[in-house]
Design a protein around this ligand. Structure first.
Ligand code: 5AD
Ligand code: SF4
Length: 455
């Protein structure tokens, strides 16, 4: 009798992690594990972790703590910790959580099948946390359409018609608050031919939208001395846009210092390139930006925003902001609020600064009190919410090309999709297939979404 083996994957953190989880799921599929959304049923559990902020890391430890009971009940269960916490903690992880069987860093995910087999045979800790400066992202062939998919809110998967494609990983920028250079290592870019082959394959399987992923996609192709190892990012975008079947191209994340005139021009010339730009600013104060080692001033940042809006007036801009960075005064914080008013972002992710291991800022001695950070975050989010609502109201009366994602969670008979500018739209319609593009007249702009009618 063939007893089905089951794998459960839970993902924390960024889209890079989501894509890595998808790859790990596909590799476990090749080992004949089927996906499950119930971790109690699983024979293998993979927790793909994030350590970007203190809170993200605490969530990981709390889940791992809960897994102890499961392992007790089922000693053959293999618990793997992947991702940035695995990289950061290494062997220390098992010292804290002795029920962990596999610790696997972001550069090593391709070794998961081998480690799962070894853990099953030998029953002792398997570790793969090497981080090499010369790392080459392996060529990875996507699965066939019938391949494994992990579908639940908690389990990694992106809808079948839109996919993430990793084009580079790692980071050379060393912002003083950021753990990423220590968990994901130095920047390394995939060769364009692999990327194009992967996207062409996805397009043949019915994928209509791709998001090109990397910690800093603007420096795609460059090596540490700034010279070009592969083609440039704008060149890559042009090549991706020639792939038949792909209708929408997005990318994330970008560093403002690397936003070139050539890339800005792509928004005018590449029709499939969606008019949405996530451009993390982090702070509105030049003094704080300097302490963060961001290598741009607010004046330069605003200049690039103006250039983007000149070539694509309908572009939506989103950002990341940290409040309470060490030494941030009320005046610095006011400068960030002013920046929100000047740029009027369509959305902003905002966070309280937290100390991260190995970073420079951990040693800064002018930390901001927790209470002050919380208060600043509250004020900032309130201000940004007002702006988000105003921005969404600006869509009222317009007709938007919406790519259907699926049935709306809000109400029966409603469908949900996204504008080219990445805003969620809910609208009444008979059944529609995900990935289809329809025209929707926007009737109402809400805080986090738009409402409309299909025309
Ligand atoms: N504290 C708070 N926020 C942080 N981020 C990165 N590191 C930290 C930290 N130590 C935020 C930044 C980044 C986003 C992904 O997370 O805003 O852009
Ligand atoms: Fe989190 Fe950064 Fe690692 Fe992504 S790369 S999982 S955001 S720490």
């Amino acid at each position: 009798m063939n007893i089905e083996k089951l794998a459960y994957i839970e993902t924390f953190g960024c889209q890079m992690n989501e894509r890595d989880s998808e790859i790990m799921g596909q590799m476990l599929g090749n080992l004949h594990y089927s996906p499950t959304t119930d971790m109690k049923q699983a024979d293998v559990i993979v927790i793909n972790t994030c350590s970007i902020r203190d809170k993200a890391e605490q969530k990981v430890y709390s889940l791992l703590g809960r897994l102890k009971k499961l392992k007790k009940k089922k000693p053959s269960l293999i618990i793997s910790v992947a991702g940035c916490v695995a990289q950061q903690e290494g062997k220390r992880l098992q010292d804290r959580m002795e029920h962990v069987d596999i610790v696997i860093g972001p550069q090593q995910i391709y070794r998961l099948p081998e480690l799962v087999s070894k853990a099953a045979q030998k029953g002792k800790l398997q570790m793969a946390v090497e981080l090499s400066a010369g790392f080459v992202i392996p060529r990875y062939s996507p699965p066939s359409p019938a391949g494994i998919s992990y579908k639940s809110e908690k389990v990694a998967s992106s809808p079948a018609f839109k996919k993430f494609v990793t084009i580079m990983q790692g980071c050379n920028n060393f912002c003083t608050y950021c753990v990423v250079p220590y968990t994901r290592g130095r920047e390394t870019s995939r060769v364009a031919e692999d990327i194009i082959a992967e996207i062409s394959n996805l397009a043949e399987q019915g994928v209509r939208e791709v998001t090109l992923l990397g910690q800093n996609v603007n420096s795609y192709g460059k090596i540490s001395d700034g010279s070009l190892q592969h083609i440039s990012f704008p060149e890559l975008l042009k090549r991706v846009s020639t792939i038949d079947g792909i209708k929408r191209i997005r990318f994330t994340t970008s560093h403002p210092k690397d936003l070139s005139a050539e890339l800005i021009e792509c928004f005018a010339t590449i029709e499939k390139l969606c008019p949405h730009f996530h451009l993390p600013v982090q702070s509105g104060s030049n003094r704080i930006l300097k302490k963060m080692n961001r290598k741009y001033t607010i004046e330069k940042y605003l200049d690039r925003v103006a250039s983007l809006r000149k070539v694509r007036p309908d572009i939506s801009l989103t950002t990341d902001i940290i409040v309470g960075f060490p030494g941030e005064t009320d005046e610095d914080f006011q400068a960030t609020l002013q920046l929100l008013d000047r740029v009027r972002y369509h959305g902003a992710f905002s966070f309280k600064y937290s100390d991260r291991p190995q970073t420079k800022a951990i040693a800064f001695d002018d930390k901001v009190e927790e209470q002050v950070k919380s208060e600043r975050l509250r004020i900032l989010q309130e201000r940004q919410n007002d702006i988000c609502l105003q921005r969404n109201r600006e869509y009222e009366g317009s007709v938007q090309l919406v790519m259907v994602e699926g049935e709306s969670k809000n109400a029966a008979g409603q469908w949900s999709g996204r504008t080219m500018s990445n805003i969620i739209v809910n609208f009444d319609s008979p059944a529609l297939s995900p990935g289809r593009e329809v025209h929707v007249k926007i009737t109402e702009g809400l805080l986090h979404s738009l409402r409309g009618v299909m025309i």
